[in-house]
Design a protein around this ligand. Structure first.
Ligand SMILES: Nc1ncnc2c1ncn2[C@@H]1O[C@H](COP(=O)(O)OP(=O)(O)OP(=O)(O)O)[C@@H](O)[C@H]1O
Length: 263
């Protein structure tokens, strides 16, 4: 795990399980730079799986290998240098500014009690800029809207320079424009990504691969088009899926998106 910061990581899950039948063994391999969407109905086990990958929970059995190393046997700091997590719920009572939250992403890379380096400051500014948050830099985090807070947490993950970024429902709270923006940004980072998503229509154009869970069991894993069939969707979600309905819209960003229009 001694790769330069930001180098895309490989991920392997080996018969990974948790809880008393909450997550049944999951085995998969994800190449460096691949984007994986984790799908499934409410309670299917998506967040449970992600918590094991970003080392919040310890597996009941099985292993999570990042760059070939079992992350549950490594020091937390080394793992934090390679894996960033963007979670569904963010605390709103933090008495920190947006810039201070984003700067927390640099903590795993700092030595001892040293203050931020010029590079740390540059990376924080860069992350604020990428998420169009410059105007919010000195605002208290708790005063932001849900969508603005979500973008701050993505900026913090970006400043962390991870090789693997894990996102639990990253489009939660975001309007359609910001959903597309955040997914495109995450995809364009060039690192390995694991993200749980609820909107199946957002998977195309974002993910390379999907893992579908149902009641804690892995139903299917593989490239998006091969896996996301109407039959599979019916089994995972209990709905009838048709490829196109008359009431369906396809959304994409205009070619000429100007950054100043996004914030
Ligand atoms: N610590 C825990 N103790 C007991 N049960 C748990 C625990 N954590 C999760 N569960 C249960 O495991 C199941 C899977 O939960 P999980 O949060 O992983 O689902 P999810 O797919 O992320 O759901 P959602 O889409 O609703 O967020 C649920 O039935 C949940 O109640």
């Amino acid at each position: 795990m001694s790769c330069p910061p930001g180098t895309p990581a490989t991920l392997a899950l080996e018969r990974l399980c948790w809880g008393d039948g909450i997550l049944h063994p999951v085995t998969l391999r994800l190449g460096a730079g691949r984007v994986l969407a984790v799908l499934g109905a409410n309670g299917a086990g998506k967040s449970t799986l992600l918590r094991l990958i970003y080392r919040y929970n310890h597996p009941q059995a099985g292993r999570v290998l990042v760059d070939g190393d079992d992350i549950h046997r490594l020091p937390a700091r080394r793992v934090a240098q390679r894996i960033a997590a963007v979670l569904q719920e963010q605390p709103t009572d933090l008495a920190l500014t947006v810039a201070e939250i984003v700067a927390l992403g640099r903590a795993p890379h700092r030595r001892g009690f040293a203050g931020p380096s010029a590079r740390d400051l540059h990376l924080v500014d860069h992350a604020l800029e990428r998420l169009l948050l410059q105007d919010f830099a000195h605002r208290a985090f708790g005063t932001l809207s849900g969508g603005e807070r979500q973008r701050v947490m993505v900026a913090r993950a970006l400043a962390q320079e991870p090789g693997l970024i894990v996102l639990d429902e990253p489009t939660n709270h975001l309007d359609i424009r910001h959903q597309l923006e955040v997914l495109r940004l995450v995809r364009d980072l060039g690192v390995t990504v694991v993200a749980s998503l609820h909107d199946l229509n957002l998977v195309h154009g974002f993910a390379d691969d999907v893992l579908v869970l149902a009641e804690g069991h892995p139903l299917a894993f593989g490239p998006v088009d091969a896996v996301l069939t109407p039959d599979l969707i019916a089994r995972a979600f209990g709905v009838v899926a048709t490829r196109r309905g008359t009431a369906r819209f396809d959304f994409s960003l205009p070619d000429s998106v100007q950054k100043e229009h996004i914030a």
